[in-house]
Design a binder for this molecule. Structure first.
Ligand code: PSU
Ligand code: MN
Length: 321
């Protein structure tokens, strides 16, 4: 246990040891467990995601809020409890102070997980589809806090692009405006969650893990206390055809409009509706891409930690990073 700027953090033992030794750690969100997938698929997937981070060469740290403390590295039992309980609230950055100050419990989104990762000193985070600018945001102003948090948290975010229920062109524009570097790893396009491509070309493609580590450190050395977005597409065998997904998304959007769903409930509503329309295919693909992205996240975090070790003797010299 450790207090940090008045925010109580509880570290899992393995995560604490890894951080102390400078070994690679990948932070993971818990909202995808409580709100992204149904039980018991969510619990099984969370375990596979953690195993994938390990296979990549890093230690997983699933993040949540429990009795007013930020948990950095939930145990298997914690995850099972979050997965099976109903009523654990979705806690994004703006909700955090209220939940923490009142000793509450909650599942962290991408945004609030980045806040926790920064406090804990974890430079890498992985999820599948980040939040972004929603379709129709011109009138609803629904822009996920995930994007705003990227401008405030010094974390490398490994993901399969943004969720395809969003307006991905506007999401990319926002990231550009906010000076958030976007890299696609071993692919030319910005992926669309469980679809291999959004149809949008990524501003930068990099195939080398060490170069990515160097980019991340260079971004921070330049004085940016913000995220770097590293995208990796779903594996071919897991990907859903973009046309098929789009048809289901259009239907889901119309249903959400009819049901008057908006605000923080819309993401879960749309994902469930799309899944129903595709006969469960998209939730299968969602699980698969969470796992494959986590493996890449583990690999990139490991490459980053190796890179930092290499730089160690050079510290204090005036060479570029
Ligand atoms: N993945 C899912 N379902 C989700 C999310 C991810 O399969 O609900 C979550 C993530 O936690 C992400 C959040 O941070 O949706 C974004 O929600 P909003 O658009 O309300 O900011
Ligand atoms: Mn929103």
């Amino acid at each position: 246990m450790r207090e940090h700027s008045g925010i109580p953090l509880t570290f899992g033992e393995e995560v604490a040891e890894a951080l102390h030794a400078g070994e690679p750690v990948v932070a993971l969100e818990s909202n995808v467990i409580t709100h992204g997938l149904p039980y018991p698929d969510n619990a099984a997937t969370a375990a596979k995601v953690e195993a994938a981070v390990r296979a990549g060469g890093a230690v997983p740290a699933t993040i949540g809020i429990e009795a007013g403390r930020l948990v950095i590295g939930m145990s298997g039992a914690d995850i099972e409890r979050f997965a099976s309980a109903s009523g654990i609230p979705k806690v994004s950055s703006r909700d955090m102070p209220i939940v923490l100050a009142q000793g509450g419990t909650g599942a962290t989104t991408v945004a609030s997980s980045l806040v926790a990762a920064t406090l804990a000193g974890i430079p890498f985070f992985s999820s599948a589809g980040i939040g972004g600018v929603h379709r129709g945001a011109e009138t609803t102003m629904d822009v996920s806090s995930d994007l705003i948090q990227f401008t405030r948290s010094k974390v490398a975010v490994v993901c399969a692009g943004a969720k395809n229920i969003l307006d991905l062109n506007l999401t990319m524009e926002y990231l550009e405006t906010q000076c958030v570097p976007v890299i696609s790893y071993k692919t030319d396009d910005f992926p669309a969650f469980y679809c291999a491509s959004s149809g949008i070309r990524s501003p930068h493609r990099l195939d080398d893990e060490r170069t990515i580590a160097r980019v991340v450190e260079t971004h921070w050395a330049a004085g940016n206390d913000s995220a770097v977005l590293i995208t990796t597409p779903p594996r071919d065998e897991d990907a859903v055809d973009r046309g098929e997904a789009e048809a289901a998304i259009s239907e889901a959007l119309a249903a959400a409009e009819r049901d008057g769903v908006r605000g923080s409930a819309i993401t879960k509503y749309l994902m469930r509706a799309v899944d129903k329309a595709t006969g469960g295919r998209t939730s299968e693909a969602n699980m698969a891409v969470l796992i494959s992205t986590a493996e890449v996240g583990g690999r990139l975090a490991a490459a980053h930690s190796r890179y930092l070790r290499e730089q160690e003797p050079a510290r204090g010299r005036t060479e570029p990073v």
